[in-house]
Write a protein that binds this ligand. Structure first.
Ligand code: SF4
Ligand code: SF4
Ligand code: SF4
Length: 270
């Protein structure tokens, strides 16, 4: 929680928005929030390259960090950001779950992949297998999505401005999907939808367009029977172990429950 701010105390909160290895989509989403100009008046952006060329490192009340740790340089920068920030918020799938750059985590050999992509050519930094930032530093809050939803960004910023903190969403996407009145494409069409094990907050966006959820908001934060039940359902639908693992790994490769649910349903089967 911010201890002093323009609303409850004496000064504007100082905010930094930083990128590690990412597509910059999360920061772009923050920079294009409709009320960003009003927000800019309520906070001091010390670092936010998309908004101000005067960005610099240093002490901040709140640091928003997008991107996974995928290089030694990312790791050094992340540790400095953590040291400088009172509150650290991981934003987006890359930062929270390792992102699509973690898709092959545990499925393929990292040094082998690295060599295939970069060969023996010299590059300016040492690569690391992509990991979520909380693998290395303490994270205070998680703002999920790929990218996060505008309303949720405003909600997070508002709670900090009012001296409180954002609540974590716990219900699965299925909850919002049913409220939206969508037909269930898992049950009706046999699509590999991950809505039952994915954190809500997007109003079942993809299903509204007839596309199955691939889990970009990350696994729900608690253990439920849904994980085992979903793997069994995929198996019943004739999906192979590899197909299921591949789908679950897009955004969930660092979550042990994903592998466990596959192992329970398939064991060593292909
Ligand atoms: S979470 Fe998605 S939008 Fe955000 S940086 Fe990663 S890939 Fe880009
Ligand atoms: S499984 Fe997918 S389509 Fe079915 S209710 Fe859940 S989110 Fe909606
Ligand atoms: S439906 Fe799933 S994949 Fe689509 S935005 Fe929501 S969480 Fe992400």
């Amino acid at each position: 929680m911010v201890e002093t701010c323009s609303v409850c105390e004496t000064r504007k909160p100082v905010v930094g928005v930083y990128a590690l290895t990412s597509c910059y989509g999360c920061q772009l989403m923050i920079a294009t929030v409709e009320k960003i100009l009003q927000i800019s008046e309520a906070v001091t952006f010390k670092s936010f390259h998309m908004l101000t060329s005067a960005s610099s490192h240093g002490k901040v009340d709140i640091a928003f960090v997008e991107g996974s740790v995928s290089t030694e340089k990312d790791l050094i920068e992340l540790k400095q950001i953590r040291e400088d920030a009172t509150v650290l918020v991981a934003i987006g799938a890359c930062s929270i779950h390792g992102g699509v750059q973690s898709w092959d985590q545990g499925l393929r050999d990292y040094p082998e992949m690295y060599e295939k992509v970069y060969g023996n050519g010299e590059i300016a930094y040492e690569g690391l297998a992509a990991k979520p930032i909380d693998h290395y530093v303490k994270v205070d809050h998680y703002l999920p999505g790929c990218p996060p939803d505008e309303r949720e960004i405003v909600y997070f910023l508002s709670t900090f401005l009012f001296g409180t903190y954002p609540e974590r969403k716990e219900r699965p996407v299925c909850h919002e999907c049913r409220l939206a009145g969508n037909p269930c494409i898992l049950i009706e069409k046999g699509e590999m939808c991950l809505g039952s094990v994915t954190t809500s907050g997007c109003n079942a966006l993809c299903i509204g367009f007839g596309i199955p959820c691939i889990g970009c908001r990350g696994p729900t934060p608690y253990d439920t029977a849904s994980f085992d039940a979903l793997a069994k359902e995929f198996k019943r639908l004739g999906k192979t172990r590899e197909e299921v693992l591949d789908r679950l790994s897009i955004f969930g490769s660092h979550d042990r429950r994903m592998r466990q649910m596959v192992e329970k349903a398939y064991g060593g089967e292909k």
